[in-house]
Design a protein around this ligand. Sequence first.
Ligand SMILES: [Zn+2]
Length: 274
Amino acid sequence: MDTVFTDAYLEHDMGGHPENKHRLDAVLRWMEKNRIERIKPENGEKYLEIVHSRAHISHIKHCKPGFIDADTYITEKSYEVACLAVGGAVTAAENEAFAIVRPPGHHATRDRAGGFCIFNNIAIASIWLNKRVFIIDFDAHHGNGTQDIVMGNENIMYFSTHQSPLYPGTGLESKENCINVPLHPETNDNTYIKIIDKVLKPAIESFNPEYIAVSAGFDSYYKDYGWLTQLRLTQKSYRKICEVIKPYKSFFVLEGGYNPESIKEGVESIIGYL
Ligand SMILES: [Zn+2]
């Protein structure tokens, strides 16, 4: 699997914040060393209105640098970079690739940024495809923004596993086309692989998607334990997801993961498999 990346993804940065450019240091070194193909993202500005309100887009475009909520920052570069992250997700969908993007997207709703996310990269790319798309979100946090956007959309099925209790506190039950599986802190591969076999696999088979889109958040990885989250998944769980989705067309979009080693080893387990 190729990647989608541009150096501009490092330009949305506020030193000292957990969502900073150094998250990508280790994975970029690994990509360089292993000569992993990097496709340039397109500018995704033209796709924003597929899911976001004009008010939200205009607010982000014109707001002054600083915090727009308790934990989400905007710099002078953020609008431009966030548009490239959206474009990166679309480019990944077109090329069945892994978009190594920042800022992440799954907490962004139609009308609001939040949880370090500005625009919802995976929701835009999934709806843009205009096919039957099954979204798998294995980030340690619930993708409340993605759920908000795709709820009731017959072309999309959303499946999320996430630690609970944890920010943003949503995703405690399944509803309509959104399947939520909350996980206890300390959840490991044994429990997770059972969920893949018993819940995820049958859900994919019954939905029969044309594409699988993955919100890949490596804060569920054991090396992120104690950073912002307390899960203990290893490469085994991510490879198991790959095994299940291998028969389908798929693309991946990076969400969380705050220890650079988690992102590197997580991406490695997927690109090495698909
Ligand atoms: Zn997360």
